[in-house]
Design a protein around this ligand. Structure first.
Ligand SMILES: [Zn+2]
Length: 414
């Protein structure tokens, strides 16, 4: 739910600007241009792939079990006894339902989110802090889910073709979500401050000017409390639009590598990938909403899951359908993402002309996250949101400068 950014919650979160000591960064002579693929990487990737499959199946099994055992209907009856007003029953049902799923999902969350990252040295976060982050995340999901459950059941009661209402309603919610998430939700988990290193800030401002970005905001975030991995991203719309660098990345990459990473992020900015991504998400929501009504209504009749239109007791079936459709659409979603990520890589190379810095940044990203840089084609096409790092290193090393760019790669339209 967090990824989909359906949000209309109001959270008050003020991040006090703490002045951190600027991190001392590595020098260019620590660069390497080939990824050392280790058994540990392969094992870590295998566990990740297995967990993805297990999670997909387990989620469906849990949802179907909650329906088949009549547990969902029982929770609806409890909610009906506790509150008289019909519409207040729906979010209360969702709360009880979420408590159930949280208990059932927790072992997998704990293994995938705590045990595995510790086993591979990807984090040093203590258990209480990890649990606190999980609880906050669940709180956000709960708030969003309760609100959505009201809207969805309302649409089911009001409209015959409620999938259209849900789809149209999801569009402003997604946009609001993208606007408010970086301002109100992200600060619940981490502290965001403007980039502290003055020298680096100047380099990035110059780079941004060359990329044609005016008044861009660059933040650094204290991700090191949760992970040792590195990342940077672009997010937000309008007042919340920003580029965010994890402090882990600032600590491990030299100036040139950071400029290469930032060139990639600026590519997302300049090539309007956020709006393109949003348009694509709206298209995916259209397919999902149509499938949701089609399969949901047949299932409800067939298994007699609802006592009336918009009965929350049947909602786990809706979640199961959405989850299954999302799984089946994964190759398209991942493919779209990989395409824009590659465009951003090309943009960065054209901006910085520093393909060696790009290659070494990819080497560091791969070795640091301990992900196999050469996944099997099935895994790549199904779930890789970025081209595998092995391919990105090779592309950067083979890149021939501005005019001799290989014809097979799309040129960014600026
Ligand atoms: Zn990217």
């Amino acid at each position: 739910v967090r990824k989909l950014l359906f949000a209309a919650l109001l959270f008050i979160a003020a991040a006090a600007a703490l002045h951190a000591e600027p991190a001392k960064r590595p020098t260019p002579n620590e660069r390497r241009y080939t990824i050392q693929v280790t058994d540990e990487m392969r094992r870590h990737s295998r566990i990740g792939d297995t967990l993805y499959g297990v999670w997909t199946i387990y989620e469906l099994v849990v949802l179907i079990a909650i329906l088949a055992t009549g547990w969902s209907a029982k929770l609806r009856n409890v909610a009906a006894r506790l509150v008289p007003w019909r519409y207040a029953r729906v979010p209360l049902w969702f709360l009880l339902f979420s408590l159930t799923t949280t208990l059932l999902y927790f072992p997998i969350w704990y293994y995938a989110g705590y045990i595995v990252p510790h086993q591979f040295g990807l984090t040093h976060q203590a258990f209480p802090a990890w649990l606190g982050d999980l609880a906050k995340g669940l709180g956000v999901d709960l708030g969003v889910g309760m609100m959505l459950s009201i809207l969805v059941t309302l649409a089911m009661r009001m409209f015959k073709r409620w999938w259209i209402a849900i789809w149209l309603g999801s569009i402003p919610l997604m946009i609001i979500g993208v606007v408010i998430w970086p301002l109100f939700i992200d600060p619940l988990f981490n502290k965001f401050v403007p980039l502290q290193d003055a020298h680096l800030r100047q380099l990035l401002l110059t780079e941004a000017q060359r990329a044609g970005i005016e008044g861009g905001r660059v933040y650094e975030v204290d991700k090191s409390k949760q992970t040792n991995e590195m990342n940077a991203y672009v997010t937000g719309i309008g007042p919340s639009k920003r580029i965010v660098l994890w402090d882990t990345l600032l600590a491990k990459m030299d100036d040139g590598e950071i400029l290469a990473v930032m060139g990639h992020e600026m590519g997302h900015y300049v090539l309007h990938h956020l709006w393109k991504g949003l348009s694509f998400a709206i298209f995916i929501a259209l397919i999902t909403s149509w499938c949701a009504q089609f399969f949901f209504e047949r299932g409800v009749v067939r298994w007699n899951l609802a006592s009336e239109r918009g009965d929350p007791a049947a909602l786990p079936l809706l979640l199961a359908v959405v989850s299954a459709v999302t799984f089946l659409l994964s190759p398209a979603i991942s493919g779209f993402s990989r395409y824009t990520e590659h465009e951003a890589d090309v943009f960065s190379l054209e901006l910085t002309h520093d393909n060696l810095a790009a290659a070494s940044s990819f080497v560091k990203l791969a070795e640091d996250s301990k992900v196999n840089p050469w996944p099997t084609p099935l895994m790549k096409y199904w779930r890789y949101s970025h081209p595998p790092l092995g391919e990105r290193v090779r592309f950067a090393l083979e890149w021939k400068g501005d005019n001799a760019q290989p014809a097979t790669h799309p040129k960014p339209h600026r």
